[in-house]
Design a protein around this ligand. Structure first.
Ligand code: ADP
Length: 306
């Protein structure tokens, strides 16, 4: 069953289309990522699909309900993890779950019965009576995630679920999210972390200027949009090397900052050339497979979006 279908979705602010004809559909049990530079329209798309913002055009079907007309019914089966933790600092861990559950009109007994399982999921079993201020960033995130599961939703919306977390905490969240998809939940997440998208998402859409400019599995996107191998060259001699050899040996070279990125179908000749380069000139290099970040930067450009 399709969990969410968005057709020709449009929204303008101040005469400017920030969502400009977006189409995508989420299958049951998939983790779908929405990527894009700041201002691409990701958050607006999420808000529209939840019925929190009125669309100017298009059609949204969320868990068989038309949105925004029947958004309330749909939202009863959806969980939301907002970008910033908005836990109530005056309450304990357990109380935060209880209070949130009341928004869904869940009976107190059912709610109480669910809490141990949620605490367990959040790995906060021993912190049930702790105040929010005493939790680490990772713990707060896990609690926000557990809180979003209070109504046992079919579909979870996560807006940048690991922003601001250290690598250890991020890995724990990834593992928790994978567990949800194994349990048949459908996830829609936005992220700026390409590694996160590549590891977690079955499919992704890259958005820019209100439009989806590419959609597919991470592998499909890499295969369709970028040369498979990359050689990154840096050091004082990189520029001269690029002009003398790199540009001839690679399909494409870019120098957005201090590093020359050479994209190629086969890096043998490039690497051999670099390996035999005059040892007195300062050149270092890294040969790797192309990844999602390369695709993202190629499609959305390297200019800063503030
Ligand atoms: P993203 O989540 O990809 O960073 P957003 O959906 O937040 O992008 O924003 C897309 C564009 O819409 C931005 O230029 C933003 O300033 C604008 N925008 C978002 N919400 C509003 C609003 N309520 N009023 C006016 N402009 C808005």
């Amino acid at each position: 069953m399709t969990q969410l279908r968005v057709e020709n979705l449009r929204k303008s602010y101040d005469g400017r289309e920030v969502v400009a004809g977006v189409n995508f559909a989420l299958a049951h049990g998939e983790c779908f990522g929405l990527l894009g530079p700041n201002g691409a329209g990701k958050t607006t798309t999420l808000r529209l699909t939840l019925g929190l913002t009125q669309p100017d055009g298009g059609r949204i079907t969320l868990l068989d309900h038309e949105v925004p007309a029947h958004a309330r019914e749909a939202r009863g089966r959806v969980g939301v993890v907002p970008q910033l933790d908005n836990l109530d600092p005056d309450f304990t861990v357990r109380e935060n779950l209880l209070v949130y559950g009341r928004y869904f009109d869940l009976p107190r007994a059912a709610l109480e019965a669910r809490i141990p399982e949620l605490l367990d999921y959040a790995q906060l079993g021993t912190r049930a009576d702790a105040r929010i201020q005493t939790l680490s960033g990772g713990m707060k995130r896990r609690l926000t995630l557990a809180r979003a599961l209070i109504n046992d939703p079919d579909l979870l919306f996560l807006d940048e679920p690991t922003t601001g977390l250290d690598p250890q905490a991020r890995h724990v969240i990834w593992e928790r999210l994978r567990q949800l998809t194994l349990r048949g939940k459908t996830l829609l997440l936005t992220t700026h972390f390409m590694e996160e998208a590549e590891r977690l998402c079955h499919r992704l859409a890259i958005m820019d200027h209100g439009r989806i400019i590419a959609i597919g599995t991470p592998r499909e996107l890499i295969a369709a949009h970028i040369e498979p191998e990359v050689v990154e060259v840096y050091g004082d001699g990189a520029d001269a090397w690029s002009a003398a050899a790199g540009k001839q040996l690679a399909e494409r070279c870019e120098k957005p900052g201090e590093t020359v990125f050479c994209y190629t179908r086969d890096a043998h000749a490039l690497v051999a050339n670099l390996a035999h380069h005059d040892a007195r000139t300062d050149i270092r290099y890294l040969h790797r497979r192309a990844n999602l970040e390369d695709v993202f930067l190629k499609l959305t450009g390297r200019d800063l979006r503030d």
